[in-house]
Design a protein around this ligand. Structure first.
Ligand code: BEZ
Ligand code: FE
Length: 295
């Protein structure tokens, strides 16, 4: 095979990948070639534009490290992460919706008892968070692992304060009690821009987009026999709810962070200043028969 033109080259590459022994590799390779070639035929890049595209991908790779995943950020900002999420969590009306994980999760967060204030020395409006973990039909799930993390009042996560003594704050691992309940104290999170000092930031700028995410608290919840839930709860009224840089907002995940005056809080704590309160009842999807057999 030789002397390919703008159209015949696609068929030639398709024939070359048709020998893949794994049918899924073959399917993915064929779709990749078809869509990529159609994209190039539609865009008709100049040689210089092709070089710029390669340089963008190269820079994206160079930006990656143990603590920075620029390719996931690219996937997030192009809506691909939430598209994959939508495909894999279709028709799950009875359970809590999921959203992006984001880059600020830390494996093995500090384990704390319910009621702990996880904000360390951070300044900010106190926030009381309470909720429950249950099965799809509402049966409480005891001893579920509830990981939480969120930004501070300036929109930064603890792990972004490199070189400082802050340590891990505004993040923790709790366990639900025998009625599926959990609660903790922290400070109210703020909206923040996703990391935009790399190629993805340049892309957003070139596309005329802002890098902001609406304020939210992250939750990752795990219980035996159930799919791990990765989600956030967003602050109602945030100005970025309709323009989240990573398309992660769902109506079912928005809650009022209600204002409370100083006084006795729901867990009996005497509060000498006003605080806000968030409550959310999470429902987990049972692991499907097929998935549990495959595991
Ligand atoms: C986050 O919510 O932490 C996040 C999600 C996607 C990209 C950047 C940050
Ligand atoms: Fe976040």
């Amino acid at each position: 095979m030789r002397n390919f033109d703008q159209n015949s080259i696609t068929q030639a590459v398709l024939e070359r990948v048709a020998g893949a022994s794994d049918p899924r590799v073959r399917q993915i390779s064929e779709a990749l070639v078809r869509h990529l070639h159609d994209f190039i035929r539609e865009v008709r890049p100049t040689q210089a534009e092709w070089e710029k595209g390669i340089a963008f991908l190269t820079d994206t790779g160079h930006m990656c490290s143990d603590t920075r995943q620029e390719f996931i950020l690219l996937s997030d900002t192009l809506g691909v992460s939430m598209l994959v999420d939508a495909i894999n969590h279709d028709h799950q009306t009875a359970v809590t919706e999921s959203t992006v994980l984001g880059p600020f999760y830390v494996e093995g967060p500090p384990e704390v008892a319910c009621g702990t204030d996880i904000s360390g020395d951070l300044a900010g409006e106190p926030m009381y968070v309470s909720g429950t973990v249950a099965t799809a039909d509402g049966t409480p799930l005891a001893n579920a692992i509830v990981d939480v993390w969120h930004s501070d009042e300036d929109g930064y996560y603890d792990v972004q304060h490199t070189g400082e003594e802050a340590g891990l704050v505004a993040r923790a691992r709790l366990r639900s009690d025998d009625q599926g309940r959990f609660h903790f104290w922290s400070i109210r999170p703020a909206a923040y821009p996703i990391p935009h000092d790399g190629p993805v930031g340049k892309m957003l700028e070139a596309q005329g987009r802002h890098p902001w995410r609406p304020a939210h608290v992250h939750f990752m919840i795990a219980a035996p026999g159930h799919e791990k839930l990765v989600t956030h709860v967003f602050v109602a009224g945030d100005r970025y709810l309709d323009s989240d840089a990573v398309f992660g907002v769902k109506d079912s995940l928005i809650r009022d962070f209600t204002a409370h005056p100083a006084g006795t809080a729901p867990d009996g704590r005497a509060m000498d200043r006003p605080y806000c309160a968030l409550t959310y009842d999470f429902r987990l999807n049972p692991v499907s028969e097929a998935a549990s057999q495959a595991a």
